[in-house]
Design a protein around this ligand. Structure first.
Ligand SMILES: *[C@@H]1O[C@H](CO)[C@@H](O)[C@H](O)[C@H]1NC(C)=O
Ligand SMILES: *[C@@H]1O[C@H](CO)[C@@H](O)[C@H](O)[C@H]1NC(C)=O
Length: 244
């Protein structure tokens, strides 16, 4: 009898040990931030954030799992969709650094962006993050990296001027050790401009890594760094929105 109990215990113990968390089933992450000025002066226009405490700064877009071959998993779990009550302690910070300027939805509603990021990308990384740690990790990287300062130290400012794409990449590389990917869009005159910055992280989102697949998108060798949307033009945009 005692023998059977001991054997049963050993079997149960080995089951517990073998069910340790499975490793991530993707290869790396892109962590993506965007410059609101490049949305507001493009043909798509912009919708300013609904609340007034947004910083005049780069905004988080999201943390996206990637495969080495340039594809990515998406919308992996319909049973654990975005629930704002799981991140209620983070909402204040998210409103400042993760707001929606309206390429994705208009009128802007940052809740929609957060919901989209978790439902599309976050649900595919549940071997690494739950909803709270997914949003917190994005905020931590944003806090760690002040892109405006990093670029300003090399004389690169959001003044509507043209800057070398390599200068921009090198300024960021000096800070994190790896070159970022840069995505450009166009202003109304067709000038290529700084829109999104992609940094690559290992598949636990702990360390920056060399990008296995470089997400360089449609830039020129010199690109515009558009101004942050001005209060005056925001006022006009706001009154247009509120009148429809
Ligand atoms: C890319 O890699 C993933 C993961 O290994 C695989 O599931 C997918 O089929 C691959 N896609 C292409 C186009 O090779
Ligand atoms: C924002 O989006 C959320 C989620 O879709 C919705 O519940 C909420 O009513 C929206 N708020 C506004 C002001 O549109």
């Amino acid at each position: 009898m005692r023998g059977i109990i001991v054997v049963t215990f050993l079997i149960l113990q080995s089951l517990v040990v073998s069910s340790s968390p499975s490793p991530p089933d993707f290869n790396f992450f892109y962590w993506v931030t965007y410059w609101p000025g490049a949305i507001c002066d493009s043909q798509k226009g912009c919708c300013p954030p609904p609340r007034g405490n947004t910083a005049s700064d780069f905004m988080i877009h999201g943390l996206w799992p990637q495969f080495n071959n340039g594809t990515w998993p998406a919308f992996c779990d319909q049973t654990n969709l975005f629930d704002i009550s799981k991140v209620s302690d983070l909402v204040n910070k998210m409103e400042k650094k993760w707001t929606e300027w309206g390429v994705w939805t208009c009128p802007s509603n940052e809740t929609n962006l957060w919901e989209h990021e978790w439902n599309k990308h976050g649900t595919c990384v549940q071997t690494v993050f739950d909803q709270h740690s997914y949003f917190l990790t994005n905020l931590k990287f944003r806090q760690k990296l002040n892109f405006l300062n990093i670029l300003k130290q090399k004389g690169i400012k959001p003044d509507g001027g043209l800057y070398g794409l390599d200068e921009i990449k090198n300024a960021i590389k000096r800070k994190i050790g790896f070159a970022p990917g840069i995505e450009c869009n166009e202003d109304v005159k067709g000038t290529k401009q700084l829109f999104q910055i992609y940094l690559c992280l290992d598949n636990y989102a702990k360390e920056f890594v060399e990008c296995p697949y470089v997400p360089d998108k449609s830039c020129a060798s010199k690109i515009k760094f558009p101004k942050f949307p001005q209060k005056d033009s925001l006022g006009e945009t706001l009154s247009v929105i509120s009148s429809v």
